[in-house]
Design a protein around this ligand. Sequence first.
Ligand SMILES: Cc1ncc(C[n+]2csc(CCOP(=O)(O)OP(=O)(O)O)c2C)c(N)n1
Ligand code: SF4
Length: 286
Amino acid sequence: MADVKDFISNDPIAWCPGCGDFGILNALKAALVKLGRKPKDIVIASGIGQAAKLPHYIKCNCINGLHGRSLSYASAVKIANRELTVLVTTGDGDCYGEGGNHFIHNIRRNTDITVIVHNNQIYALTKGQASPSTDEGYVTKVQTQGVISEPIRALEMAIVLGAGFVARGYSADMEHLSWLILEGIEHKGFSLVEVLQPCVSFNKKNTYEWYSKRIYKANDDPAYDPGNYVAALQKASEWGDRIPIGIIYKAEKASYEEKSGLNKRPPLVEEKIDDIDITGILKEYA
Ligand SMILES: Cc1ncc(C[n+]2csc(CCOP(=O)(O)OP(=O)(O)O)c2C)c(N)n1
Ligand code: SF4
């Protein structure tokens, strides 16, 4: 059984004081402690950005690769060794912009990974350009007349594409967020946990105060059924004066591992390769 001290990394944290990313890091550690697995059994994949730095600040296995590509190598890790708990930490730019194509097709594939999107509604590492989730009209140094595109509706997209677990948390509500992350990990198949994460340096609109006035917990309403597809789509579409957090949609689906039959074979990492002769192939390409 692991304890929170087991997940402490010695890397100095390069986030601004007050950044919402700290809340996500703490919520993730709390969820992993509750999960009860050791750091050696956990892999966190990330790309590029402030969100993508998170795996450096927690002790476990980490893959830090290309901007927007983390969902692909996270899926590959899970396919190669399904004994591992595989997570992704990604920004709204990294996941919905540069990685948009991977977001779509990894949801459809439904590998058993948990994707935590730090949604600060801005490109923070590159100092404040609009991301796919920036609110319409928001003025940046690049979008000087205000953003003219509508923000991406990622939660609705995820539900329509077939994700079996779609949730939204708030970085300032650590206990609730850590519950969502744990639920996402324990769900079989692709899980999306989007987190509203204030960026105190570059997003001067969607601040702690702005979010706190609007956020409410969808699951506090006993009449709300996250298993109801149509109700979930409607809930996921709410944005503005009221913003729901919680488990928005949950459905049991066969995972990639089940549909492909991989779950009936030993994990790829355990397959014997000693008796495979590749000299013929090597000669062909020599
Ligand atoms: C292919 C590619 N395009 C662009 C960049 C430049 N770049 C690095 S981080 C970043 C934005 C990251 O924003 P986001 O994913 O929202 O994360 P945040 O920093 O806000 O946490 C960009 C555009 C890059 N490194 N690689
Ligand atoms: S720039 Fe924004 S997202 Fe990046 S560390 Fe600072 S507050 Fe956080």
